[in-house]
Design a protein. Sequence first.
Length: 534
Amino acid sequence: MVRSSPILTKFASILIFGSLILFLDLQVSAQVKVQLSVDTFKPGPKINRNIFGQFAEHLGYGVYEGIWVGPDSTIPNTRGIRNDVVAALKVLRVPNVRWPGGCFADEYHWRKGIGSRAVTLNPNWGGVVEPNTFGTHEFMDFIDQIGSEAYLSVNVGSGTPQEAAEWLEYLTTSQPTTLAKERAANGHPPPYKIPMLGIGNESWDCGGNMTPEYYLRQLTIYSRFVRNFNPTQQGNDQMQKIAVGPGGGEARWTEWTDTIMKAWEKRQWSWDMQGLSMHNYTVINWENKFASVGFAEKEYAQILKETLKMEDLVTTHSAIMDKYDPAKKIALVVDEWGSWYAPLPSSNPGFLVQQNSIRDAILAALNLNIFARHAERVRGANIAQMINVLQAMIMTDKEKMVLTPTYHVFKMYVPFQDATFIPVTFNPGAYRNGDIILPRIDAIAAKDATGKLWLELTNVDPNNIADIEVNVSGINANTASGETLTAPRVDSVNTFEAPNTVTPKPITAKIQNGKLTIKLDPKSVTVISLGNAK
Ligand code: AHR
Protein backbone atom coordinates (compact mmCIF):
# COMPACT_ATOMS: atom_id res chain seq x y z
CA MET A 1 0.00 0.00 0.00
CA VAL A 2 1.30 3.48 -0.82
CA ARG A 3 1.46 5.14 2.55
CA SER A 4 3.46 8.27 1.61
CA SER A 5 0.67 10.60 0.71
CA PRO A 6 1.63 13.74 -1.24
CA ILE A 7 -0.49 15.57 1.31
CA LEU A 8 1.66 14.24 4.13
CA THR A 9 4.97 14.96 2.42
CA LYS A 10 3.77 18.47 1.72
CA PHE A 11 3.40 19.17 5.42
CA ALA A 12 6.96 20.36 5.96
CA SER A 13 6.61 23.18 3.48
CA ILE A 14 3.03 23.92 4.38
CA LEU A 15 4.02 24.53 7.99
CA ILE A 16 6.12 27.47 6.87
CA PHE A 17 3.04 29.21 5.56
CA GLY A 18 1.16 28.78 8.77
CA SER A 19 -1.91 27.02 9.93
CA LEU A 20 -4.37 28.79 7.60
CA ILE A 21 -2.81 27.26 4.51
CA LEU A 22 -2.63 23.90 6.25
CA PHE A 23 -6.31 24.15 7.04
CA LEU A 24 -7.10 24.94 3.41
CA ASP A 25 -4.98 22.04 2.21
CA LEU A 26 -6.83 19.57 4.42
CA GLN A 27 -10.15 20.91 3.23
CA VAL A 28 -9.02 20.21 -0.33
CA SER A 29 -7.68 16.76 0.57
CA ALA A 30 -11.08 15.80 1.95
CA GLN A 31 -12.65 16.56 -1.41
CA VAL A 32 -10.08 14.84 -3.62
CA LYS A 33 -11.16 11.54 -5.12
CA VAL A 34 -9.21 8.64 -3.58
CA GLN A 35 -7.93 6.29 -6.26
CA LEU A 36 -7.44 2.62 -5.50
CA SER A 37 -6.14 -0.12 -7.70
CA VAL A 38 -6.88 -3.81 -7.17
CA ASP A 39 -4.28 -6.23 -8.50
CA THR A 40 -5.96 -9.59 -9.04
CA PHE A 41 -2.96 -10.87 -10.99
CA LYS A 42 -0.84 -10.97 -7.84
CA PRO A 43 -2.92 -12.97 -5.35
CA GLY A 44 -1.39 -13.14 -1.90
CA PRO A 45 -1.72 -15.65 0.93
CA LYS A 46 -4.89 -17.02 2.46
CA ILE A 47 -6.45 -14.81 5.14
CA ASN A 48 -6.70 -17.47 7.83
CA ARG A 49 -10.24 -17.52 9.22
CA ASN A 50 -8.71 -17.88 12.68
CA ILE A 51 -7.90 -14.15 12.71
CA PHE A 52 -11.63 -13.70 13.41
CA GLY A 53 -11.39 -15.72 16.64
CA GLN A 54 -13.04 -14.72 19.91
CA PHE A 55 -12.09 -14.86 23.57
CA ALA A 56 -14.41 -15.86 26.43
CA GLU A 57 -12.89 -15.64 29.89
CA HIS A 58 -14.47 -16.31 33.26
CA LEU A 59 -14.62 -12.59 33.93
CA GLY A 60 -17.61 -10.51 35.02
CA TYR A 61 -20.68 -11.33 32.93
CA GLY A 62 -18.64 -12.77 30.04
CA VAL A 63 -19.49 -16.42 30.70
CA TYR A 64 -22.06 -16.32 33.51
CA GLU A 65 -25.12 -14.53 32.10
CA GLY A 66 -23.41 -13.79 28.76
CA ILE A 67 -23.35 -17.47 27.76
CA TRP A 68 -24.48 -19.57 30.68
CA VAL A 69 -27.80 -19.02 32.41
CA GLY A 70 -28.34 -22.61 33.53
CA PRO A 71 -31.02 -25.06 32.37
CA ASP A 72 -33.57 -23.78 34.92
CA SER A 73 -33.38 -20.16 33.79
CA THR A 74 -36.46 -18.37 32.43
CA ILE A 75 -34.14 -17.04 29.68
CA PRO A 76 -34.61 -19.44 26.72
CA ASN A 77 -31.65 -21.80 26.67
CA THR A 78 -30.39 -25.13 25.42
CA ARG A 79 -28.77 -27.15 28.18
CA GLY A 80 -28.12 -23.91 30.09
CA ILE A 81 -26.65 -21.93 27.16
CA ARG A 82 -28.72 -18.93 26.11
CA ASN A 83 -30.39 -19.30 22.71
CA ASP A 84 -30.34 -15.61 21.70
CA VAL A 85 -26.56 -15.38 22.10
CA VAL A 86 -26.01 -18.66 20.25
CA ALA A 87 -28.19 -17.50 17.33
CA ALA A 88 -26.31 -14.19 17.09
CA LEU A 89 -22.86 -15.83 17.25
CA LYS A 90 -23.69 -18.48 14.64
CA VAL A 91 -24.03 -15.67 12.10
CA LEU A 92 -20.42 -14.61 12.73
CA ARG A 93 -19.07 -18.09 11.89
CA VAL A 94 -16.70 -17.75 14.84
CA PRO A 95 -13.70 -19.92 13.87
CA ASN A 96 -12.42 -20.51 17.41
CA VAL A 97 -13.11 -19.48 20.98
CA ARG A 98 -10.24 -19.05 23.44
CA TRP A 99 -11.22 -20.24 26.94
CA PRO A 100 -11.11 -20.20 30.01
CA GLY A 101 -8.74 -17.17 30.15
CA GLY A 102 -6.78 -14.89 30.22
CA CYS A 103 -5.39 -14.53 33.70
CA PHE A 104 -8.17 -16.85 34.89
CA ALA A 105 -6.61 -19.75 32.96
CA ASP A 106 -3.51 -19.84 35.17
CA GLU A 107 -5.69 -20.36 38.23
CA TYR A 108 -8.14 -22.76 36.60
CA HIS A 109 -8.26 -26.38 37.70
CA TRP A 110 -10.37 -28.29 35.22
CA ARG A 111 -11.51 -31.04 37.60
CA LYS A 112 -13.51 -28.45 39.57
CA GLY A 113 -15.64 -27.90 36.47
CA ILE A 114 -16.67 -31.51 35.71
CA GLY A 115 -19.01 -33.89 37.55
CA SER A 116 -20.03 -32.53 40.94
CA ARG A 117 -18.73 -28.96 40.91
CA ALA A 118 -16.50 -27.23 43.41
CA VAL A 119 -17.40 -23.65 44.26
CA THR A 120 -14.20 -21.61 44.18
CA LEU A 121 -13.12 -17.98 43.84
CA ASN A 122 -12.08 -15.75 40.96
CA PRO A 123 -9.40 -13.57 42.60
CA ASN A 124 -8.32 -11.99 39.30
CA TRP A 125 -11.66 -10.53 38.42
CA GLY A 126 -13.54 -8.96 41.30
CA GLY A 127 -12.84 -11.73 43.81
CA VAL A 128 -16.29 -13.17 43.14
CA VAL A 129 -17.47 -16.73 43.70
CA GLU A 130 -16.77 -19.05 40.76
CA PRO A 131 -19.52 -21.69 40.71
CA ASN A 132 -17.75 -23.83 38.07
CA THR A 133 -21.19 -24.68 36.62
CA PHE A 134 -19.73 -23.75 33.22
CA GLY A 135 -16.88 -26.22 32.83
CA THR A 136 -15.30 -28.37 30.15
CA HIS A 137 -18.46 -30.06 28.87
CA GLU A 138 -20.48 -26.84 28.88
CA PHE A 139 -17.76 -25.03 26.94
CA MET A 140 -17.54 -27.81 24.37
CA ASP A 141 -21.35 -27.81 24.08
CA PHE A 142 -21.31 -24.01 23.60
CA ILE A 143 -18.77 -24.06 20.78
CA ASP A 144 -20.66 -26.92 19.17
CA GLN A 145 -23.90 -24.93 19.33
CA ILE A 146 -22.32 -21.88 17.67
CA GLY A 147 -20.39 -24.02 15.13
CA SER A 148 -16.93 -23.06 16.36
CA GLU A 149 -13.77 -24.79 17.60
CA ALA A 150 -11.87 -24.90 20.86
CA TYR A 151 -8.78 -22.88 21.71
CA LEU A 152 -8.01 -24.07 25.26
CA SER A 153 -5.52 -22.32 27.52
CA VAL A 154 -3.87 -24.65 30.00
CA ASN A 155 -2.75 -23.64 33.46
CA VAL A 156 1.03 -23.19 33.56
CA GLY A 157 1.11 -20.60 36.38
CA SER A 158 -0.41 -22.60 39.23
CA GLY A 159 -1.03 -25.98 37.61
CA THR A 160 1.25 -28.84 36.69
CA PRO A 161 2.15 -30.53 33.41
CA GLN A 162 0.39 -33.64 34.74
CA GLU A 163 -2.86 -31.74 35.37
CA ALA A 164 -2.80 -30.30 31.84
CA ALA A 165 -1.82 -33.65 30.30
CA GLU A 166 -4.72 -35.37 32.06
CA TRP A 167 -7.16 -32.68 30.87
CA LEU A 168 -6.11 -33.36 27.28
CA GLU A 169 -6.32 -37.13 27.77
CA TYR A 170 -9.80 -36.70 29.32
CA LEU A 171 -10.87 -34.64 26.32
CA THR A 172 -9.24 -36.42 23.42
CA THR A 173 -8.49 -40.10 23.89
CA SER A 174 -10.63 -42.70 22.13
CA GLN A 175 -9.01 -45.51 24.15
CA PRO A 176 -10.89 -46.99 27.11
CA THR A 177 -8.79 -45.28 29.80
CA THR A 178 -10.14 -44.36 33.22
CA LEU A 179 -10.29 -40.71 32.13
CA ALA A 180 -12.11 -41.56 28.89
CA LYS A 181 -14.66 -43.58 30.88
CA GLU A 182 -15.15 -40.63 33.20
CA ARG A 183 -15.75 -38.38 30.15
CA ALA A 184 -18.32 -40.85 28.86
CA ALA A 185 -20.00 -41.04 32.27
CA ASN A 186 -20.18 -37.23 32.18
CA GLY A 187 -22.12 -37.42 28.93
CA HIS A 188 -19.62 -37.46 26.05
CA PRO A 189 -18.36 -40.90 24.95
CA PRO A 190 -16.64 -39.77 21.71
CA PRO A 191 -13.39 -37.84 22.01
CA TYR A 192 -13.48 -34.09 21.57
CA LYS A 193 -11.42 -32.17 19.02
CA ILE A 194 -9.07 -29.52 20.39
CA PRO A 195 -7.47 -27.73 17.43
CA MET A 196 -5.62 -25.04 19.43
CA LEU A 197 -3.86 -25.15 22.79
CA GLY A 198 -2.40 -22.14 24.59
CA ILE A 199 0.48 -23.05 26.89
CA GLY A 200 -0.06 -20.48 29.65
CA ASN A 201 -1.24 -16.89 29.40
CA GLU A 202 0.85 -13.74 29.90
CA SER A 203 3.39 -15.81 31.81
CA TRP A 204 5.49 -12.65 32.08
CA ASP A 205 2.79 -11.04 34.23
CA CYS A 206 -0.47 -12.43 35.69
CA GLY A 207 0.53 -15.92 34.51
CA GLY A 208 3.43 -16.16 36.99
CA ASN A 209 5.81 -13.25 36.37
CA MET A 210 8.30 -15.57 34.66
CA THR A 211 11.50 -14.63 32.87
CA PRO A 212 11.66 -15.75 29.22
CA GLU A 213 14.17 -18.45 30.16
CA TYR A 214 11.98 -19.80 32.96
CA TYR A 215 8.92 -19.80 30.70
CA LEU A 216 10.89 -21.56 27.98
CA ARG A 217 11.59 -24.45 30.39
CA GLN A 218 7.85 -24.70 31.13
CA LEU A 219 7.01 -24.52 27.44
CA THR A 220 9.30 -27.39 26.50
CA ILE A 221 7.90 -29.58 29.30
CA TYR A 222 4.24 -28.80 28.56
CA SER A 223 4.80 -29.16 24.84
CA ARG A 224 6.28 -32.61 25.40
CA PHE A 225 3.69 -34.04 27.76
CA VAL A 226 0.37 -32.33 26.99
CA ARG A 227 -0.72 -34.53 24.12
CA ASN A 228 -3.76 -34.64 21.93
CA PHE A 229 -4.78 -38.28 21.43
CA ASN A 230 -7.75 -37.73 19.13
CA PRO A 231 -7.13 -40.12 16.20
CA THR A 232 -8.49 -37.53 13.75
CA GLN A 233 -5.98 -34.94 14.93
CA GLN A 234 -2.73 -36.58 14.02
CA GLY A 235 -0.32 -35.64 11.20
CA ASN A 236 -1.31 -32.56 9.24
CA ASP A 237 -4.41 -31.99 11.32
CA GLN A 238 -2.48 -31.87 14.59
CA MET A 239 -3.36 -29.54 17.44
CA GLN A 240 -1.60 -26.17 17.22
CA LYS A 241 0.39 -25.46 20.38
CA ILE A 242 0.64 -21.72 21.01
CA ALA A 243 3.43 -20.43 23.23
CA VAL A 244 3.12 -17.26 25.28
CA GLY A 245 4.60 -14.40 23.31
CA PRO A 246 5.09 -10.65 23.72
CA GLY A 247 2.82 -8.01 25.22
CA GLY A 248 4.35 -4.94 23.61
CA GLY A 249 7.17 -3.61 21.46
CA GLU A 250 9.79 -2.63 24.07
CA ALA A 251 13.08 -4.46 24.69
CA ARG A 252 11.48 -6.71 27.31
CA TRP A 253 9.13 -8.04 24.65
CA THR A 254 11.55 -8.28 21.77
CA GLU A 255 13.87 -10.28 24.05
CA TRP A 256 10.97 -12.58 24.92
CA THR A 257 10.19 -13.28 21.26
CA ASP A 258 13.89 -13.70 20.50
CA THR A 259 14.42 -16.20 23.36
CA ILE A 260 11.48 -18.40 22.39
CA MET A 261 12.13 -18.31 18.65
CA LYS A 262 15.87 -18.92 19.00
CA ALA A 263 15.16 -21.98 21.18
CA TRP A 264 12.56 -23.20 18.71
CA GLU A 265 15.03 -23.00 15.81
CA LYS A 266 17.50 -25.16 17.75
CA ARG A 267 14.82 -27.47 19.20
CA GLN A 268 15.26 -31.19 19.53
CA TRP A 269 12.70 -33.77 18.38
CA SER A 270 11.06 -33.85 21.81
CA TRP A 271 9.21 -30.54 21.72
CA ASP A 272 7.59 -28.20 19.24
CA MET A 273 5.12 -25.37 18.92
CA GLN A 274 3.10 -24.04 16.02
CA GLY A 275 2.28 -20.53 17.19
CA LEU A 276 3.50 -17.62 19.28
CA SER A 277 0.88 -15.44 20.91
CA MET A 278 0.92 -11.64 21.15
CA HIS A 279 -1.31 -9.39 23.28
CA ASN A 280 -1.94 -5.76 22.47
CA TYR A 281 -4.78 -3.66 23.80
CA THR A 282 -5.67 -0.19 22.56
CA VAL A 283 -5.32 1.83 25.73
CA ILE A 284 -3.66 5.22 26.08
CA ASN A 285 -3.22 5.55 29.83
CA TRP A 286 -3.59 2.46 32.03
CA GLU A 287 -3.96 4.63 35.17
CA ASN A 288 -6.62 6.90 33.69
CA LYS A 289 -8.33 5.09 30.85
CA PHE A 290 -10.44 6.81 28.23
CA ALA A 291 -14.24 6.70 28.48
CA SER A 292 -16.19 4.41 26.17
CA VAL A 293 -19.16 6.82 26.04
CA GLY A 294 -19.68 10.56 25.79
CA PHE A 295 -16.35 11.40 24.17
CA ALA A 296 -15.46 13.97 21.53
CA GLU A 297 -13.70 13.86 18.16
CA LYS A 298 -10.32 14.40 19.86
CA GLU A 299 -10.61 11.11 21.77
CA TYR A 300 -11.90 9.42 18.62
CA ALA A 301 -8.71 10.46 16.82
CA GLN A 302 -6.41 9.63 19.76
CA ILE A 303 -7.74 6.10 20.13
CA LEU A 304 -7.53 5.36 16.41
CA LYS A 305 -3.97 6.68 16.32
CA GLU A 306 -3.10 4.39 19.23
CA THR A 307 -4.69 1.34 17.63
CA LEU A 308 -2.60 1.75 14.47
CA LYS A 309 0.48 0.87 16.57
CA MET A 310 -0.60 -2.73 15.97
CA GLU A 311 1.09 -2.43 12.57
CA ASP A 312 4.51 -1.68 14.13
CA LEU A 313 4.11 -4.39 16.73
CA VAL A 314 3.25 -7.05 14.19
CA THR A 315 6.11 -5.89 11.95
CA THR A 316 8.63 -5.85 14.82
CA HIS A 317 7.83 -9.33 16.10
CA SER A 318 7.40 -10.80 12.61
CA ALA A 319 10.93 -9.59 11.79
CA ILE A 320 12.35 -11.42 14.83
CA MET A 321 10.39 -14.53 13.90
CA ASP A 322 11.67 -14.31 10.31
CA LYS A 323 15.24 -14.49 11.64
CA TYR A 324 14.67 -17.97 13.09
CA ASP A 325 11.77 -19.12 10.97
CA PRO A 326 12.05 -17.70 7.44
CA ALA A 327 9.62 -20.34 6.17
CA LYS A 328 6.96 -18.86 8.48
CA LYS A 329 6.07 -22.20 10.05
CA ILE A 330 5.19 -20.55 13.34
CA ALA A 331 2.03 -18.45 13.33
CA LEU A 332 1.82 -15.15 15.15
CA VAL A 333 -1.47 -15.36 17.05
CA VAL A 334 -2.71 -12.02 18.39
CA ASP A 335 -4.93 -13.77 20.90
CA GLU A 336 -5.89 -10.68 22.89
CA TRP A 337 -6.59 -7.38 21.16
CA GLY A 338 -9.16 -4.61 21.20
CA SER A 339 -10.07 -1.43 23.06
CA TRP A 340 -9.78 -1.22 26.84
CA TYR A 341 -11.63 1.76 28.35
CA ALA A 342 -12.61 2.87 31.85
CA PRO A 343 -15.30 0.66 33.39
CA LEU A 344 -18.82 2.06 33.02
CA PRO A 345 -19.84 4.05 36.10
CA SER A 346 -21.73 1.91 38.59
CA SER A 347 -20.31 -1.33 37.14
CA ASN A 348 -17.95 -3.55 39.15
CA PRO A 349 -14.46 -2.32 38.07
CA GLY A 350 -13.24 -5.92 38.14
CA PHE A 351 -15.81 -6.86 35.47
CA LEU A 352 -14.34 -4.67 32.69
CA VAL A 353 -17.72 -3.51 31.39
CA GLN A 354 -17.50 -0.83 28.67
CA GLN A 355 -19.72 0.45 25.86
CA ASN A 356 -18.94 -0.06 22.21
CA SER A 357 -19.27 2.76 19.67
CA ILE A 358 -18.70 3.41 15.97
CA ARG A 359 -15.11 4.25 17.06
CA ASP A 360 -14.74 0.59 18.07
CA ALA A 361 -16.17 -0.55 14.75
CA ILE A 362 -13.52 1.45 12.90
CA LEU A 363 -10.83 0.27 15.33
CA ALA A 364 -11.85 -3.33 14.63
CA ALA A 365 -11.71 -2.83 10.86
CA LEU A 366 -8.26 -1.19 11.02
CA ASN A 367 -6.86 -4.07 13.09
CA LEU A 368 -8.45 -6.79 10.96
CA ASN A 369 -6.94 -5.11 7.91
CA ILE A 370 -3.49 -5.09 9.53
CA PHE A 371 -3.83 -8.81 10.27
CA ALA A 372 -4.97 -9.48 6.69
CA ARG A 373 -2.00 -7.58 5.25
CA HIS A 374 0.27 -9.76 7.41
CA ALA A 375 -1.66 -12.92 6.53
CA GLU A 376 1.46 -14.94 5.89
CA ARG A 377 2.52 -14.66 9.52
CA VAL A 378 -0.61 -13.62 11.43
CA ARG A 379 -2.73 -16.73 11.26
CA GLY A 380 -4.79 -16.24 14.38
CA ALA A 381 -6.26 -13.45 16.50
CA ASN A 382 -8.85 -13.27 19.28
CA ILE A 383 -10.66 -10.06 20.06
CA ALA A 384 -11.16 -9.41 23.78
CA GLN A 385 -13.78 -10.36 24.63
CA MET A 386 -16.86 -12.02 23.20
CA ILE A 387 -19.70 -10.92 25.49
CA ASN A 388 -20.10 -8.17 28.13
CA VAL A 389 -16.34 -7.67 28.63
CA LEU A 390 -14.07 -5.04 26.97
CA GLN A 391 -14.65 -4.74 23.17
CA ALA A 392 -17.55 -7.15 23.08
CA MET A 393 -19.65 -8.42 20.20
CA ILE A 394 -22.73 -8.70 22.37
CA MET A 395 -23.99 -7.10 25.55
CA THR A 396 -26.66 -8.64 27.75
CA ASP A 397 -28.68 -7.52 30.74
CA LYS A 398 -30.53 -10.48 32.14
CA GLU A 399 -33.00 -11.45 29.36
CA LYS A 400 -32.05 -8.48 27.13
CA MET A 401 -29.39 -8.64 24.43
CA VAL A 402 -27.91 -6.01 22.10
CA LEU A 403 -25.45 -6.38 19.21
CA THR A 404 -22.56 -3.90 19.26
CA PRO A 405 -21.02 -2.00 16.32
CA THR A 406 -18.04 -4.40 16.58
CA TYR A 407 -20.43 -7.34 16.10
CA HIS A 408 -21.58 -5.79 12.83
CA VAL A 409 -18.00 -5.41 11.59
CA PHE A 410 -17.26 -9.07 12.30
CA LYS A 411 -20.44 -10.02 10.45
CA MET A 412 -19.53 -7.86 7.46
CA TYR A 413 -16.04 -9.44 7.34
CA VAL A 414 -17.30 -13.05 7.18
CA PRO A 415 -16.52 -13.28 3.41
CA PHE A 416 -12.85 -12.60 4.19
CA GLN A 417 -12.56 -15.83 6.20
CA ASP A 418 -10.11 -18.10 4.36
CA ALA A 419 -10.31 -15.84 1.29
CA THR A 420 -7.22 -15.11 -0.82
CA PHE A 421 -5.65 -11.73 -0.10
CA ILE A 422 -5.54 -9.44 -3.14
CA PRO A 423 -3.19 -6.43 -3.05
CA VAL A 424 -4.76 -2.96 -3.18
CA THR A 425 -2.61 0.11 -3.79
CA PHE A 426 -3.81 3.55 -2.86
CA ASN A 427 -2.86 6.86 -1.45
CA PRO A 428 -4.81 7.08 1.82
CA GLY A 429 -4.78 10.86 2.13
CA ALA A 430 -4.90 12.41 5.59
CA TYR A 431 -7.45 13.04 8.31
CA ARG A 432 -6.31 15.55 10.89
CA ASN A 433 -7.54 16.45 14.35
CA GLY A 434 -5.29 18.93 16.19
CA ASP A 435 -1.79 17.53 15.92
CA ILE A 436 -3.01 14.02 15.12
CA ILE A 437 -2.73 12.97 11.49
CA LEU A 438 -4.16 9.64 10.43
CA PRO A 439 -4.51 7.87 7.10
CA ARG A 440 -7.97 8.92 5.97
CA ILE A 441 -8.82 5.74 4.05
CA ASP A 442 -8.01 2.10 4.62
CA ALA A 443 -8.85 -0.83 2.36
CA ILE A 444 -8.27 -4.52 1.75
CA ALA A 445 -9.45 -6.88 -0.98
CA ALA A 446 -9.81 -10.65 -1.21
CA LYS A 447 -11.21 -13.36 -3.45
CA ASP A 448 -13.44 -16.00 -1.89
CA ALA A 449 -13.53 -19.70 -2.81
CA THR A 450 -16.07 -19.04 -5.59
CA GLY A 451 -13.79 -16.43 -7.19
CA LYS A 452 -15.91 -13.46 -6.07
CA LEU A 453 -13.94 -10.30 -5.28
CA TRP A 454 -14.61 -8.56 -1.96
CA LEU A 455 -13.52 -5.07 -1.02
CA GLU A 456 -13.40 -3.48 2.42
CA LEU A 457 -13.20 0.32 2.59
CA THR A 458 -12.87 2.33 5.79
CA ASN A 459 -13.38 6.09 5.93
CA VAL A 460 -11.65 7.20 9.16
CA ASP A 461 -12.57 10.86 8.64
CA PRO A 462 -15.60 11.57 10.86
CA ASN A 463 -16.54 14.78 9.03
CA ASN A 464 -16.22 14.25 5.29
CA ILE A 465 -17.59 11.84 2.74
CA ALA A 466 -14.83 10.05 0.83
CA ASP A 467 -15.21 9.87 -2.91
CA ILE A 468 -13.60 6.61 -3.99
CA GLU A 469 -12.64 5.38 -7.43
CA VAL A 470 -11.34 1.83 -7.72
CA ASN A 471 -9.57 0.63 -10.82
CA VAL A 472 -11.08 -2.81 -11.43
CA SER A 473 -10.18 -3.15 -15.09
CA GLY A 474 -9.73 -6.78 -16.09
CA ILE A 475 -12.34 -7.89 -13.56
CA ASN A 476 -15.53 -9.22 -15.03
CA ALA A 477 -18.09 -7.16 -13.13
CA ASN A 478 -20.49 -4.32 -13.81
CA THR A 479 -21.88 -3.70 -10.35
CA ALA A 480 -20.96 -3.89 -6.70
CA SER A 481 -23.10 -4.17 -3.61
CA GLY A 482 -22.80 -4.81 0.07
CA GLU A 483 -23.21 -3.09 3.40
CA THR A 484 -21.97 0.05 5.09
CA LEU A 485 -21.82 0.85 8.79
CA THR A 486 -21.80 4.41 10.09
CA ALA A 487 -23.42 6.43 12.86
CA PRO A 488 -24.68 9.92 13.61
CA ARG A 489 -21.86 10.80 16.05
CA VAL A 490 -18.33 9.59 16.81
CA ASP A 491 -19.57 8.23 20.14
CA SER A 492 -22.80 6.65 18.88
CA VAL A 493 -23.57 3.31 20.53
CA ASN A 494 -26.32 0.71 20.53
CA THR A 495 -28.28 0.33 23.75
CA PHE A 496 -31.01 -2.03 24.93
CA GLU A 497 -33.47 0.83 24.40
CA ALA A 498 -32.09 1.90 20.98
CA PRO A 499 -30.37 -1.19 19.54
CA ASN A 500 -30.15 -0.03 15.92
CA THR A 501 -28.35 3.32 16.11
CA VAL A 502 -25.23 1.74 14.61
CA THR A 503 -26.40 -0.91 12.21
CA PRO A 504 -25.32 -1.77 8.63
CA LYS A 505 -27.28 -0.45 5.65
CA PRO A 506 -27.23 -1.76 2.08
CA ILE A 507 -24.98 0.06 -0.39
CA THR A 508 -24.42 -0.25 -4.13
CA ALA A 509 -21.72 1.09 -6.43
CA LYS A 510 -21.45 1.62 -10.16
CA ILE A 511 -18.77 0.12 -12.37
CA GLN A 512 -18.17 1.87 -15.69
CA ASN A 513 -15.16 1.63 -17.99
CA GLY A 514 -13.28 -0.51 -15.46
CA LYS A 515 -13.80 2.02 -12.64
CA LEU A 516 -15.89 1.45 -9.55
CA THR A 517 -17.10 4.66 -7.93
CA ILE A 518 -18.53 4.84 -4.45
CA LYS A 519 -19.07 7.48 -1.78
CA LEU A 520 -18.14 6.46 1.75
CA ASP A 521 -19.96 8.09 4.63
CA PRO A 522 -17.83 9.80 7.26
CA LYS A 523 -16.59 7.36 9.97
CA SER A 524 -17.74 4.27 8.13
CA VAL A 525 -16.84 0.67 7.39
CA THR A 526 -18.02 -0.72 4.04
CA VAL A 527 -17.81 -4.22 2.58
CA ILE A 528 -18.89 -4.81 -1.02
CA SER A 529 -18.57 -7.61 -3.53
CA LEU A 530 -18.26 -7.24 -7.28
CA GLY A 531 -20.64 -9.00 -9.61
CA ASN A 532 -22.72 -8.78 -12.74
CA ALA A 533 -26.22 -7.34 -12.80
CA LYS A 534 -28.50 -9.19 -15.20
O1 AHR B 1 -8.79 -9.64 28.77
C1 AHR B 1 -8.56 -9.27 30.10
C2 AHR B 1 -7.18 -9.66 30.59
O2 AHR B 1 -6.22 -8.95 29.89
C3 AHR B 1 -6.77 -11.10 30.40
O3 AHR B 1 -7.25 -11.93 31.39
C4 AHR B 1 -5.29 -11.02 30.45
O4 AHR B 1 -4.65 -12.03 29.72
C5 AHR B 1 -4.97 -9.64 29.92
O5 AHR B 1 -4.09 -8.95 30.70
